[in-house]
Ligand binder design. Structure first.
Ligand code: NAP
Length: 345
């Protein structure tokens, strides 16, 4: 029988990989977003549901009408730094939405399986220890606190009501779909722009300055170390976790950590440049409440599913930079054709 899946936050990085994977597995995919999908995301097998998950009426209708066999809750205020700027929205979506989903599953489809996108930010700082399902949680941002609430609530509902609800504690994962507001994509974009000879990029950072400004990319703490994986691999894991007969929580990470400096070195190396000529540290960008060290211990995922990531750090960085090289070239070609069009008129 054809299975139906509901993916919230389906326009995001992970949503794009997951929706594609579920389509390939023959699911009817119900994809949720707050905005109309781009024409390229519309295909016959995807049913888009446009609405706000903070609205109880919309959420109830979504679950009652779609009757999903599997729910992947990916929607989130997904940047920890943003969670300080929109604290109420962060609490509503990152903390309470998963609980509301559990309640509605109990009411409308108790057999539905739920995957909750939890985060390594629930741990706070790693203090040089690898993090697994038993690591003590001391989150430092509203994002981490809200994700810890939803993480625990998924476990509580599983225990109390016996629903098939799982949390994947996701460590950083990146891809060409990562928004430019994330440091990994900023570095990839800046390397691509520098390789194309740009000194000032059309794309701006949060402070409204070109990401590459006067030939320099400004970053915070280059010593921050993260466990960087590939989003496509993690979408596969989300699906795999829900196929297991026993619901459980899993750390999802590569088991390797790399610094932001290493990301810069590799990114600029991919386009034949020396990163030290292009990257500068701006102390104002150093964040007090970000984790300085995340390093997954994915031992449980390995032993239960025999899982290994397919894409490791060097390939991940190169793929992201190559995608940005294409983007910058297209932007420059468009700019050239616009200015030649203007000259003609
Ligand atoms: P993403 O690209 O930012 O996508 C998240 C989606 O959530 C957005 O496309 C947006 O969709 C929706 N959204 C944002 N704010 C919302 C709000 N206030 N109300 C409802 N929906 C909202 O994030 P991602 O990288 O795909 O991450 C997927 C999930 O994994 C998130 O829950 C994230 O917290 C978690 N996670 C990700 C990472 C990572 O490294 N990527 C690490 C740990 C955990 P619309 O604007 O279309 O509604």
């Amino acid at each position: 029988m054809t299975k139906a899946a509901l993916v919230t936050g389906a326009t995001g990085q992970d949503g794009r990989y997951l929706v594609d994977l579920l389509r390939r597995h023959g699911y009817i995919v119900h994809a949720q977003s707050r905005r109309a999908p781009l024409p390229c995301a519309v295909d016959d097998g995807i049913r888009w549901h446009v609405g706000d998950l903070a609205s109880g009426a919309f959420l109830e209708q979504l679950i009652a009408e779609t009757q999903p066999d599997e729910i992947y809750n990916l929607a989130a205020v997904s940047r920890p730094i943003m969670s300080w700027q929109v604290p109420r929205e962060n609490a509503e979506i990152n903390a309470f939405l998963p609980q509301n989903i559990c309640e509605l599953v109990l009411k409308h489809k108790p057999a539905a399986r739920i995957f909750q996108a939890s985060s390594s930010d629930i741990f706070g700082d790693g203090f040089n220890e690898r993090q697994n399902e038993h690591t003590h949680c001391v989150p430092k941002s509203p994002y981490g606190v809200a994700k810890l609430y939803s993480h625990r609530i998924i476990g509580a509902y599983r225990k109390q009501y016996g629903i098939h609800a799982c949390s994947g504690i996701l460590f950083n994962h990146e891809s060409p779909y990562r928004p430019l507001s994330f440091v990994s994509q900023k570095i990839a974009y800046a390397a691509a722009a520098a390789a194309s000879g740009l000194k000032d990029t059309p794309e701006l950072d949060e402070r409204g300055r070109p990401i590459l400004s006067d030939g320099k990319l400004l970053l915070g703490d280059l010593g921050v170390r993260r466990d960087f994986g590939f989003a496509g691999d993690y979408a596969e894991v989300m699906h795999m976790i829900l196929q297991h007969p026993m619901a459980d929580d899993y750390v999802i990470g590569t088991g390797e950590d790399h610094s932001i400096q290493e990301f810069c070195e590799l990114a600029f190396q991919t386009v034949g440049l020396d990163w030290t000529h292009y990257v500068s540290v701006d102390p104002k960008l150093i964040r007090k409440t970000d984790s300085h060290y995340t390093h997954a211990d994915p031992g449980k995922l390995r032993s239960v599913f025999n899982w290994r990531p397919k894409v490791m750090f060097p390939e991940l960085v190169a793929t992201m930079v190559e995608a940005q090289v294409k983007r910058v070239r297209e932007e420059m070609a468009l700019q050239r054709s616009c200015s030649s069009g203007m000259k003609l008129t």
